[in-house]
Design a protein around this ligand. Structure first.
Ligand SMILES: Nc1nc2c(c(=O)[nH]1)N[C@H]1C(S)=C(S)[C@@H](COP(=O)(O)O)O[C@H]1N2
Ligand SMILES: [Mo]
Length: 359
């Protein structure tokens, strides 16, 4: 506990200094919108410092009309504001057994913000994608050398692609977060928001959009941020994309002491992709029985929904195991066991939380 507190910065847990990785202590969840100063930060390279006056976004590749747009011009285009939950694909990694490499996120590499910006479709329409275009590559301005055995030698940038239809339908080029200018660590001046997908797709410090007519096989979607998908008995490397349905308990937190014979508020948040949360259940007996919780927020696509339950604690002291389980409008729910094909990502199997009931 002492050690964890020492590593707090502005209320966030420091998971890494260079590159900067900050986690929200998930037990502090108390609003639908995560305050920007609590929102987790995930970076792979030093944060680029970008002068808005010198910033240009280039749109090129398989398009009839390649062009560049600057900050001022982008802000003049029609904007929209949407709430969207970002979750790092490695969120909950610290709970994997045996321990694996990577940033040791607990529950707090997730947050919900209101993002304001220009739909990517506006720029794609202006560029006029060629008929054979199928993907859009988003490139960040950040880069450097990675100390990873399977990374390309020399410098690389943080780059990822999305299918053209997803890019046209959902993606936002955001310049505001929670109604204020995007902070440097969250991608100033402009970042992509890819609703419903793990957040590695939401490229920060966006500087180039490349429309392409072939599948993109960049490092951050083949070697990293990818998993093994089975085609029969053949394992196929597959980029991480959609968020997997999940509920997390904010309070009580792991290891917390709660009074016996009392009514305790158990609460948290749940989210999914391509649908809404329809149900969050809670077990207070290690999964033997389940009770439906109350959804606090109106379930909407691409944003979490908070939930709560008034738990009548046992009259006897001892350990109790709490587990939350979400179900969505496509009838999907969380797996009981961890699927090893997912490597160190997409962690949404049921997560028991141990609490201590005391007289
Ligand atoms: N350019 C760039 N974009 C990036 C990253 C990055 O390192 N560089 N990290 C990605 C990952 S893995 C995550 S989880 C989210 C985190 O966004 P946040 O720091 O605003 O919470 O940004 C994504 N976009
Ligand atoms: Mo991430």
């Amino acid at each position: 506990m002492q050690q964890e507190e020492k590593r707090l910065r502005d209320g966030r847990i420091v998971r890494g200094e260079t590159p900067l990785n900050l986690e929200m202590p998930f037990e502090t969840l108390d609003s639908f919108i995560t305050p920007t100063e609590s929102f987790y930060v995930r970076t792979h390279f030093p944060i680029p410092s970008i002068d808005r006056g010198a910033w240009w976004l280039r749109v090129e590749g398989a398009v009839e009309n390649p062009f560049s747009i600057n900050y001022e011009e982008l802000l003049e285009l029609e904007s929209v504001t949407i709430p969207a939950t970002l979750e790092c694909a490695g969120n909950n990694r610290n709970f994997l057994e045996p321990k694996v490499k990577g940033v040791q996120w607990k529950l707090g590499a997730v947050g919900t913000a209101e993002w304001t910006g220009v739909p990517l479709s506006t720029l794609l329409d202006r560029a006029d994608a060629k008929a054979n275009a199928c993907e859009v590559i988003l490139e960040g301005a950040d880069g450097g050398m990675l100390d990873e055995p399977k990374s390309p030698p020399g410098e690389l940038r943080f780059v990822r692609s999305i299918p053209l239809d997803k890019a046209r339908r959902d993606v936002l080029l955001a310049y505001k977060m929670n109604d204020s200018e995007l902070p440097a660590e969250h991608g100033f001046p402009v970042r992509a928001i890819v609703p419903g997908w793990y957040a590695m797709a939401s490229i920060k410090w966006l500087q180039r959009i490349i429309v392409t007519d072939r599948t993109f096989f960049g490092y951050f979607q083949t070697i990293d941020y990818a998993y093994w998908k089975r085609r029969g008995d053949i394992a196929e490397r597959t980029p991480l994309t959609e968020l997997q349905v999940k509920a997390q308990i904010a309070k009580p937190a792991e290891g917390e002491t709660v009074p016996a014979n009392a009514t305790i508020r158990v609460h948290g948040a749940a989210w999914t992709c391509d649908g809404e949360i329809t149900k969050v259940e809670l077990s207070t007996d290690g999964g033997a029985s389940w009770k439906e919780t109350k959804l606090i927020d109106k379930p909407i696509p691409d944003a979490w929904c908070r939930w709560e339950y008034q738990w009548q604690t046992p009259s006897q002291p001892g350990k109790q195991i709490l587990i939350a389980r979400a179900t969505d409008s496509q009838g999907r729910t969380q797996p009981v066991e961890r699927d090893p094909d997912r490597g160190t990502y997409m962690i949404n199997h049921l997560l028991p939380i141990e609490v201590e009931v005391q007289l």
